[in-house]
Design a protein. Structure first.
Length: 317
């Protein structure tokens, strides 16, 4: 398709980017203003904001591209972009990928990583490859929940042991609390960081979580849901809203939390809270069946026919 362009926005306002992403179906957290600015503050990845326009300057979508300068070279990241206001046809999608490849083409010493949001189909993989990207790693794997599914219907579709665990949690003496402020975020971050060290996996850093919490709480896009037992927290989950979507970013359960199936109750409360907030979709924050089979099994227990377990096109350079 001719006439398509990715136009760099010079210091766009938060309101402008919010308007651009407001009605995007399944907008990834990584394409939100708050995430881009948090990455800049916490990790030095400077965001460039682009709007995708047609030949008549009509907006079709956009993309955040992150860059970090390392002396004479730079690192470039495109995390789960570009996004589109409406599902694009194959021609528009391929043209947008071509523009993205052209403006991020790395120099001799540069490093580029592109994490597509496209579902891994032969057609999508071919489009990414034909515009010049080279696959290097498996694509992002996650579950998207449709928050329009009525909760009684979702409960009927829960895997049997998931439903049993939820019932057990609901019948216990634990209390589920939804918080809109970052007062207790450091509590969850401390447990999250300790869990990463103990189990040797990589997740969001403490600095990134703290900055993201600060930015989103100020905009009422932050929900920390905690399970309390006799007045003490035994589990928690952090949920971030972005556009009409939300992401389950990190969670933690202690021994009592696991005993009382607190994460089941926390996620169930999140479905209620986020739907009431006006969210349409919930990204469960990624799957890794090989390295985290237990977490994968837990998240899959929520699936209904209207949800999707999505594997994206391979990560590229």
């Amino acid at each position: 398709m001719t006439g398509l362009s990715l136009v760099k926005l010079e210091a766009p306002s938060v309101d402008y980017w919010d308007a651009l992403t407001a009605n995007v179906s399944r907008l990834p957290l990584t394409q939100s203003w708050a995430y881009a600015e948090a990455m800049a503050s916490a990790r030095g990845w400077l965001p460039d904001y682009y709007e995708l326009q047609d030949a008549n300057d009509q907006g079709l979508g956009g993309c955040v591209i992150q860059r970090r300068h390392l002396g004479f070279r730079q690192a470039i990241r495109i995390e789960r972009g570009p996004f589109f206001h409406e599902p694009p046809d194959a021609g528009i999608q391929k043209a947008a990928l071509g523009k993205l490849h052209a403006i991020t083409k790395p120099g001799w010493l540069d490093q580029r990583r592109f994490y597509p949001a496209l579902t891994d189909t032969p057609e999508n993989a071919a489009s990414v490859r034909e515009v010049g990207f080279c696959a290097i790693d498996p694509g992002y794997h996650t579950i998207w929940l449709d928050l329009a599914v009525p909760l009684p219907k979702r409960r009927r579709h829960l895997r049997q042991n998931w439903r049993y665990a939820l019932n057990k949690a609901e019948q216990s003496t634990i209390e589920i609390v939804v918080e809109n402020s970052t007062e207790h975020l450091s509590w969850l971050i401390a447990h999250h960081v300790n869990d990463m060290r103990r189990r040797r996996y990589i997740g969001p850093s403490a600095a990134l979580l703290m900055k993201l919490g600060e930015l989103t709480a100020a905009r009422d896009e932050y929900r920390l849901i905690r399970a309390m037992y006799l007045g003490k927290p035994i589990a928690g989950g952090l949920f971030i809203r972005h556009g009409r979507s939300a992401t389950y970013l990190v969670g933690w359960s202690g021994k009592l939390g696991r005993r009382y199936n607190a994460q089941h109750a926390i996620l169930w409360q999140a479905l209620v809270t986020l739907a009431d907030d006006g969210c349409h979709d919930l990204d469960l924050g990624g799957l890794n069946p090989e390295r985290a089979p237990g977490v994968t099994y837990f998240k899959r227990g929520l699936l209904t026919p209207r949800d999707e377990e999505q594997t994206a096109v391979a990560t590229c350079r």
